[in-house]
Write a protein that binds this ligand. Sequence first.
Ligand code: PMP
Length: 402
Amino acid sequence: MDTASFRNDFPALDRTVYGKPLIYLDNTATSQTPSCVVEAIEHAYYHTKANVHRGVHALSQEMTLLQEKARERVRGFINASHTSEIIFTRGTTEAINLVASSYGRLIPDDAEIIVSVMEHHADIVPWQLIGRGVTLRVIPMDDSGVLDLDAYRKLFNEKTALVAVTHVSNVLGTVNPVEELVREAHGHGVPVLIDGAQAVSHRPVDVQAIGCDFYVFSSHKMYGPTGVGVLYGRRNLLEKMPPYQGGGEMIGHVSFEHTTFAELPFKFEAGTPDFIDIAAFHRAIDYVSSVGYGNIEVHERELLEYATGRMTEEIPGVRIFGNAPGKDAIISFLVGDSHPYDVGMLLDKQGIAVRTGHHCAQPLMHRLGVEGVVRASFAMYNTRDEVDAFITALRRTAAMLL
Ligand code: PMP
């Protein structure tokens, strides 16, 4: 893939920090945004800003159309059956909270929810907030970061109300066998939520092929604006679920005695949505699609293998966490006994942006027996030259610390 042809679309990749070229390897936290997306935001603010779904006037209708076209684009992007199954939220976190608050009200006291040991806190804490004795059962993994499916099968019982598992681990890069996980859960009559926050920027997602009941993701991690997320929900389930928040937009009719609710998807979209960013998210989906997932997957795999190989061979005392077959381009590591923060800080001074800490996955850190790790994560615009610069900086860092 010719990254040079589109790197210019990302001005941040051209900047320096501390007088050194920035090498951005924190894509798992958030990706950079191409200029066409920023231009779409600017254009909407200057020319089409009007509140959606409320006005008879032309501007409002134009903005509404842009938002609803984005919904249709998202539907096609993940191959959902109906646009009514696409609910815009502020992000993955809000989408999961929506399901926990709403679907959570439909499940009995003392119900059990199955999650995996590699979940982000966003796929742990919302379920705990349901209260009423609802508890988590946890799918374990082996040392390479592969989920133990035999153990998973044994977690089901008559109390199991939901399975909520990440598609791709934000720490280990493991790509979980979501189709298989769903098949097993459906065999027990249990619905499944897939956290796709780390999947959608790396691979095509087809919610009907996966068979899941909910799929959630964030725009900002896939080259789109901040403040936009998606909840895909199977229509028959969404229809049974009570509203999440109350307010404008989500109602049918309101009186002081009784309120009826709007049709899907609006029942779950109270208040003014982030319509400008939603419209711009459309451009981000077009952008990723124009690069092509086939190209992205091959390119990122090459970077992953190249970086992993060089780290293992050249960095003394390096320990990489997660080597599941087919993992995504996320490398979490430690250098000897050095504190991850020290490694991250020394890399930063050399222009390399990585993330350090528990990565919102404290139970996983506990499983790995560490307080935190350093994480280098790659996107479609990263290059072999950047990997070289990263390795040079890491070698220097290791020499300073060990
Ligand atoms: N799940 C996973 C696997 C993630 O990596 C993240 C972001 N780090 C989230 C959920 C939360 O996403 P957001 O902060 O965009 O809501």
